[in-house]
Ligand binder design. Structure first.
Ligand code: HEM
Length: 498
């Protein structure tokens, strides 16, 4: 009797597990339509290519391309994704009516931003328009504010380095420096209090568990992962709430005052030099105040972390290669003299070596695949004849583009900081071999602002400090699955002797 009951109790959970895995295998087996790009075979059921994709990304994707060509599909976290290498990749950008952007799967923007339904087309259109017309195009209008707050930020976050100071949180510091001018341009100097700047700079870092949870439940069903990620929000934990409160407390009274002044002074109302003024002029602003606060959050998500990441990577690229500092310092000194220490757009354009350095640093972001897009039309047929269905996620094989020997020479893997100096290829220029800012109609409209702000921050830092890595070597980026973040190692700042 006891023999049977022990065996029964062991048999029961194991057999349930086995039956569950068999059912999972059958129902989640990838189904490939006719004429699709080659599907790379895999050995481990259910897991598919997930392990190789996450752990051996560079080698795995390279081998797939060599064997299966310019577009191929793999099975990762219970989903088929298509990888588009160099020529197919540019098609995705060009045919923007067939493709839409996807938010990183792990971030439930639609639950975080209820007034705008997250990254809706309407929000993207609005943000693209103001970025293009009111931010990038007005760099010189905002130049005094940008200069002032970059200097303030450097004083606060790097400060006086009479002896060498080692920072192990350079990205956080650069993020705060980059956020200061952006926040001041967006909401004006009066509203951009310490708390507000802090909220705009750091809210995306507070998403914590919502971003950290790998989509393991997608093996069962993608909706299950989506549900688990949104569960904390459904249960009342929304990491945005406290930041939203800070923003509203700071901009609310200023908006109210400006709206009153507009009523009283009519045509004599004097608009302020900030983006809040643009928001106020929207015909539906009063009725959709919370919607516009959402758009502001979403804009800073794409603007601050990306720019500070580029700046931090460039600092580490420079710190690990001090042999290039002399040339950059001499260029910085010369141009700074010419403009009496206040570079405008025309002066930033003259910083050819710095521009080339920043572009080379962006080329070496070291992400293998990135920029997911989703097929929104019924299907899409690549010019190589392969068709992918509606709903399919396509990821760009960025390494294939950015380290292409055809475009960057036999030594494309090397860091060649001044290779763009005598070309007409500035860091903001998008071409078939440089898609760091995307491409086509939806290419990043903030790239002019981002590059100029990055250059201005680096210009001021190069003039003020000697910068080296603490290791004395070129430090590796932090690799998390298929994405890379700036190194976490030490960066040393030391005042230059005047
Ligand atoms: C180095 C910094 C930056 C990088 C690497 C970057 C990268 C990108 C990329 C790759 C895209 C296209 C995404 C896609 O095709 O799905 C994009 C779009 C966009 N970026 Fe940036 N970005 C940066 C800075 C900025 C800044 C500073 C702003 C705003 C001030 C901004 C605003 C936008 C907007 C509004 C879009 C959407 C455009 C559209 O949908 O038409 N970006 N960015």
């Amino acid at each position: 009797m006891s023999y049977y009951s022990i065996e029964g109790s062991l048999f029961h959970p194991i057999s349930v597990c086995v039956i569950f895995l068999i059912i999972l295998y059958i129902i989640r087996r990838p189904r490939i339509g006719i004429n699709e790009p080659p599907f790379v075979p895999y050995a481990i059921p259910i897991l598919g290519h997930t392990y190789n994709y996450l752990i051996h990304t560079k080698r795995f994707i390279k081998e797939c391309k060599e064997q299966y060509g310019d577009s191929f599909s793999i099975y990762v976290f219970g989903r088929i994704i298509t990888i588009a290498a160099r020529s197919s990749l540019n098609e995705v950008f060009k045919n923007h009516e067939d493709f839409g952007s996807t938010v990183p799967e792990s971030i439930p923007f639609h639950k975080l931003f209820l007034y705008s339904n997250g990254l809706s087309k309407e929000v993207l259109r609005f943000n693209a328009k103001i970025t293009r017309e009111e931010i990038s195009a007005k760099f010189d209008v905002y130049a005094p504010i940008i200069q002032k707050y970059i200097s303030k930020g450097i004083d606060k976050w790097i400060g006086n380095c009479e002896g060498p100071k080692v920072f192990y949180d350079t990205w956080m510091r650069a993020n705060n420096i980059i956020a200061l001018p952006i926040a001041n341009i967006l909401v004006g100097e009066k509203a951009a209090t310490h708390d507000l700047v802090n909220s705009l700079a750091n809210w995306s870092f507070d998403l914590g568990i919502l971003v950290a949870l790998p989509p393991i439940f997608s093996f069962i069903h993608p909706k299950l992962h989506e549900f688990l990620v949104t569960l904390p929000i459904i249960l009342g934990w929304n990491p945005i709430t406290s930041h939203r409160k800070v923003i509203i407390e700071n901009v609310g009274p200023i908006i109210e005052r400006r709206l009153n002044e507009k009523k009283v002074w009519g045509a004599n109302y004097k608009p302020s030099n900030d983006l809040l003024e643009y928001y106020i002029t929207q015909p539906d602003f009063v009725n959709r105040f919370q919607y516009y606060i959402d758009t502001l959050f979403i804009l800073t998500f794409g603007a601050i972390g990306t720019t500070s990441r580029a700046t931090t990577n460039a600092l580490f690229d420079l710190g690990g290669r001090p042999q290039f500092m002399k040339e950059l310092y001499e260029e910085a000194l010369r141009i700074d003299k010419e403009c009496n220490g206040s570079p405008k757009l025309s002066d930033l354009k003259k910083m050819k070596k710095l521009d080339s350095f920043v572009k080379e640093s962006l080329r070496h972001t070291d992400e293998i695949v990135n920029l997911p897009h989703i097929v929104e039309s019924e299907s899409y047929t690549f010019s190589n004849g392969y068709t992918i269905p509606k709903g399919r996620t396509v990821k760009m094989y960025m390494e294939d583009l950015l380290k292409s020997k055809e475009a960057y020479g036999e030594d494309a893997e090397e860091f060649k900081p001044f290779q763009f100096v005598n070309t007409d290829s500035s860091a903001t220029k998008i071409d078939r071999s440089f898609a760091v800012f995307g491409g086509g109609k939806h290419a990043c409209p903030g790239r002019f602002f981002a590059i100029n702000e990055t250059k201005l921050v680096l210009h001021k830092l190069i003039l003020k400090y000697k910068i080296t890595t603490h290791s004395g070597k070129v430090d590796n980026k932090l690799v998390i699955g298929t994405i890379t973040l700036p190194p976490k190692s030490g960066l040393v700042f030391e005042n230059r002797q005047m």
